[in-house]
Design a protein around this ligand. Structure first.
Ligand SMILES: [Cu+2]
Length: 215
């Protein structure tokens, strides 16, 4: 006569206990995993909002590459005597594009920059450099700067060397983002007033111009 082996009650209990224990541990591990993912996402988003990571907008597709000529002139007919000026004073460029500026400075000579100025360093351009006759530079000495080309809203700054010739070409490339109106200006105190921050430094049409980024 075939008889099924008797199952000990304690044995049955242990098996039931193991099943619930595994289920419990499985659930706990799952919960911890979800919590880890949630915290990770939360802190990453927080870092992006604080600007600790590179914003995604900067990785936007580049649509065009335009080249513009820009001069710094002085004592032009109809202009205020001895006031340097960007010419042209309004630049129109496409959105989400690369813009290369080729600049001639006809107002050479150095104007000493204040100590601790952030405007002696090239910032916001492709490669974080500008080129003088094809030679890259990333900063200039405080007493070797004639003017700067600065767009504060876009964190772009290019110090322009003061010792040189009118035939020198200073070039740099930056990327535009969304459409809008921005201002380029000089942050080397080349103007009038006691410390050189007045007159052409704060007057449209001189060392203060407009960059129209058009979508
Ligand atoms: Cu200037």
């Amino acid at each position: 006569m075939n008889q099924l082996p008797a199952t000990h009650p304690r044995h049955r209990g242990t098996r039931t206990f193991s099943f619930w224990a595994f289920l419990y541990i499985g659930l706990m591990v799952g919960l911890l995993f979800c919590a880890a993912i949630s915290f990770g996402t939360y802190f990453t988003l927080k870092a992006i909002t604080k600007g600790n990571l590179v914003p995604v907008a900067h990785a936007a597709q580049i649509e065009r590459h335009v080249h513009l000529n820009l001069n710094i002139v002085i004592n032009q007919p109809g202009k205020q005597q001895d006031w340097p000026a960007y010419s042209p004073n309004n630049l129109v460029v496409p959105a989400n594009s690369l813009v290369t500026i080729n600049l001639h400075d006809y107002d050479l000579g150095n104007t000493a920059m204040p100590k601790n100025t952030p405007f002696a360093i090239v910032q916001g351009t492709v490669g974080k450099v500008a080129y003088l006759n094809g030679h890259a530079y990333s900063a200039l000495a405080l007493d070797k700067i004639a003017h700067t080309f600065t767009i504060q809203q876009l964190n772009i700054n290019v110090p322009l060397p003061g010792d040189g010739k009118e035939s020198d070409i200073i070039s740099f490339t930056f990327q535009t983002g969304k459409a809008g109106t921005y201002y380029f200006r000089c942050f080397d105190p080349c103007g009038t007033g006691a410390i050189g921050w007045q007159g052409p430094m704060v007057t449209r049409g001189y060392m203060l111009g407009t960059l129209s980024v058009q979508g």
